[in-house]
Design a protein around this ligand. Structure first.
Ligand code: PLP
Length: 228
């Protein structure tokens, strides 16, 4: 077995250890492999190793790879990047889950982009855990209003919250704030229990704070090629 398999197995071992250390069952966690900047052939290789959840952060790259990888009905594409409202149709057409819903206008655009018999789209509300409004995400005190707005749109299903840890503080307290946002969300959308958090550098802390969906790139894929 090659290097990719070894890195995947190693990361999955660390995920299982972190889950058990937190008193959690590793099987409740979804490990998404972030394949951004890598060619579609990497997605094929990962699929061959049993990976069924991959993440992309740019719409064009996502759409292109979905086309290149072709018909794999059980492969789930997670869109984790900033989304422009004028790309809503393309995002809907390509993504299984959108993790980066951060404003009511984007919810409206994704809803308006739904075709007649299209399945409901799973979305997570991205929360900005920093003080910098330029970073993606709704502020923690805007989560409930965005949840109420989105939950009223029948072609979208609010599944939970998502965040990236800030660079200028340790991840654990930031992920605790995200968990608070998840609690607030579940008071308005009771089933919305997903927490998408944790990357290569901080997935153990995210698991300890209750993450259900981990977005792991370089620890599995190796270093990313230069941004094309
Ligand atoms: C790139 C990216 C990741 C994965 O990052 P790694 O540090 O390579 O694990 C996770 N989440 C988002 C939003 C990303 O853009």
């Amino acid at each position: 077995m090659g290097e990719l398999w070894s890195r995947l197995a190693e990361v999955d071992g660390r995920i299982a250890d972190a889950a058990r250390a937190a008193g959690r069952d590793p099987s409740e966690l979804t490990r998404i492999v972030v394949t951004k900047f890598h060619p579609a052939s990497l997605v094929d290789e990962l699929y061959g190793l049993g990976v069924r959840d991959v993440g992309e952060n740019r719409q064009q790259e996502l759409s292109r790879k979905v086309g290149e990888v072709g018909d794999r009905p059980d492969l789930r594409w997670h869109f984790i990047g900033q989304a422009q409202t004028n790309k809503a149709r393309a995002i809907r057409a390509a993504a299984t889950v959108v993790h980066s819903l951060d404003r009511a206008r984007l919810a409206d655009a994704l809803h308006a982009a739904a075709e007649d018999d299209e399945p409901v789209l799973d979305v997570l509300l991205q929360v900005n855990l920093t003080d910098d409004p330029g970073r993606g995400g709704v502020s923690p005190d805007g989560v409930v209003a965005l949840a109420e707005h989105t939950a009223a749109l029948p072609s979208l299903r609010v599944r939970g919250v998502m965040a990236v840890a800030p660079l200028d503080e340790p991840p654990a307290p930031a992920f605790e704030r995200l968990r608070g946002c998840s609690d607030a969300l579940r008071r308005v959308v009771p089933g919305a229990s997903w927490i998408s958090a944790g990357m290569t550098a901080d997935f153990a802390e995210a698991i300890a704070a209750g993450a259900t969906h981990l977005r792991i790139g370089s620890a599995i894929t190796g270093p990313r090629p230069e941004r094309g």
